[in-house]
Ligand binder design. Sequence first.
Ligand SMILES: [Zn+2]
Length: 299
Amino acid sequence: MINLKFLRLLACPLCKSSLKLGTNNLKCVNCNQEFLIVGNIPILVAKTSKHVEIQAKIFNKEFKTYDKYELENWRISYIRRLFEWLELSPGDNYLDIGVGGSGYTVIEASRKNVFSVGIDISFEGIKKAKYFAENELKNSKLCNFAVANAEYLPFKSKTFSKVSAISVLEHIPNDELVIKEIARIIKPNGKVFISVPNMYKRINPIFWMPYYIHDKKVGHLRHYKAEDLIEKFSKQGFNIEGVFYTGHFPKMLQIFLSLIHPKLKNKDSKLWWKFEEMDLKRSSKKSGLQLTLIFKKVY
Ligand SMILES: [Zn+2]
């Protein structure tokens, strides 16, 4: 069964009207478009393009290999700053756009008694994440999933108080559509966590080549200059609350050394956390590979 509270938040991804629940589908009361429910997962994909299909294929392949739920150190560290910077607390309605196949953002948020929704373009990813959520959580009703694209969010307006989009915007041809959709579905004073690749000019040239190869491999369409993204969000009624740069030399060293000595990644590895701490200490330095912005919706 799909949670009723979750069903009530859903809307047609195309015309944003209400959806009517059928036996194995949801039907828009306005435009009559039908959306299937497969294994209790609503498939609310509005429009596809060649680019979206290729991306879904890449991610389906990757997420299919996920076989167990594991909070590696990097995920623990990520969750900490995600929840802290978003000021996530029970009472929030939280949406993660591009939740992926581990579902760890929404699973860990639900563990903190936050009503959470994860969406992704990859059906395989959502299937895995939902399976993990049901195994991990005592109350999996708090943790809900749908397949959807970020440019056509299948939710009613002013639904969520906290939203994250981690490594999403750089994959999307028209990222302004996504920003407009986030502005629509967020509540007044709601907070948004956006993480994207930092512009090449600001990062050390020795990382240009490996980053470029990575970009091509995973389908990144662009990198971002903080000021440009801040302008795009401010046009949609957001104030900037925080600018953070991560992925400095200590992080690169941590990743590199972990490849040679996998034990460095162990849960009790003091050295791993030392590198992490050093990296986060540099979060105001513009040379980090990853850029994270925190916005607040003001009007
Ligand atoms: Zn419709």
